[in-house]
Ligand binder design. Structure first.
Ligand code: GRF
Length: 213
C-alpha cells in the first residue's frame, strides 16, 4: 500500500482530483493525511468531507525551516506516510525533508517547465507573449520547481486571455496529469534515480506530453 501525505496551502482542487482518482480507483494507495501550512483553507474542508485526517502546521510558529520540516515529518510518520504530494503547497522544502522522502515526492507546477519556475506563471507567460502554456508534474528536489519533469499538458494562449482565464484552462489539465502521475508512482511505472525521472525503466530525456500519450 502506498501511504500518501498531501501538503496543501489553499483551495485544494488538485487534492480533490487525487481523492477522486483514488476513490474511484483502481489505485493501490490511500491518502493518510492532509497537512496545510495555513489555517482555514478549503483543502482541509475537502479532506474532512473525504474522511481524511487534516491538520494545520504553520511555518510561522517555528524558528527555522528545518524545525518546520521536522514537524511535518513527525506528523506524517504518525500515519506511516511513504509518499508525499505537494498540491498547491506554497513553501520551499529543503534537504531535510527531500532526503526523507527522496524520489517519493511529486509536485504540480502551473507552467511548462523549465519555463516560468516560481510564482505568477500565467501572467508571466502572457507578458512573454507565449503562444502555449501549461502545467508540469515533477519529482520534487531541493531546487524550487527544478526537479526532473515527468509529464506535461499544454494549452493554447488565446488572444483574449488574461491570467485568470489562462489559469483556469491550465488548472483543468493539472487535474488530469497529476492523478495520472500519482497512479504511475503507486504502480512503480515511474521512478526517480540519480536526479532523473524514469518511465517504464527508461530515462526521460524530455517530459512526456499528455497529448502524445
Ligand atoms: C494550482 O495552479 C497549482 O498548480 C499551484 O497552486 C494552484 C492551486 O492549486 N501549485 P490547488 O487548487 O490548491 O490544488
Amino acid at each position: 500500500m502506498n501511504n500518501i501525505g498531501v501538503l496543501v496551502s489553499g483551495g485544494g482542487t488538485n487534492l480533490q482530483a487525487i481523492i477522486d482518482k483514488i476513490h474511484f480507483g483502481p489505485c493501490d494507495a490511500q491518502i493518510r493525511c492532509v497537512i496545510s501550512n495555513a489555517p482555514n483553507v478549503y483543502a482541509l474542508t475537502r479532506a474532512k468531507t473525504a474522511n481524511i485526517p487534516g491538520q494545520v502546521i504553520q511555518h510561522g510558529q517555528f524558528s527555522s525551516r528545518s524545525e518546520f520540516e521536522n514537524a511535518l515529518i513527525d506528523a506524517m510518520d504518525i500515519f506511516d506516510v511513504d509518499m508525499v504530494l505537494l498540491a498547491g503547497f506554497m513553501r520551499v522544502l529543503e534537504k531535510t525533508f527531500i532526503a526523507r522522502y527522496r524520489g517519493r515526492i511529486l509536485n504540480i507546477h502551473p507552467s511548462l517547465l523549465p519555463d516560468f519556475p516560481g510564482l505568477h506563471t500565467h501572467q508571466r507567460a502572457l507578458d512573454a507573449g507565449a503562444d502555449r502554456h501549461g502545467c508540469s508534474v515533477h519529482f520534487a528536489t531541493t531546487e524550487l520547481d527544478g526537479g526532473p519533469v515527468i509529464l506535461q499538458a499544454s494549452v493554447p494562449v488565446l488572444s483574449n486571455d488574461d491570467a485568470e482565464s489562462l489559469a483556469a484552462r491550465v488548472l483543468e489539465q493539472e487535474h488530469i496529469i497529476y492523478p495520472m502521475c500519482v497512479e504511475w508512482l503507486c504502480e512503480g511505472k515511474i521512478h526517480f534515480q540519480d536526479g532523473d525521472a524514469y518511465f517504464e525503466q527508461q530515462r526521460l530525456e524530455h517530459p512526456l506530453q499528455l497529448d502524445a500519450l
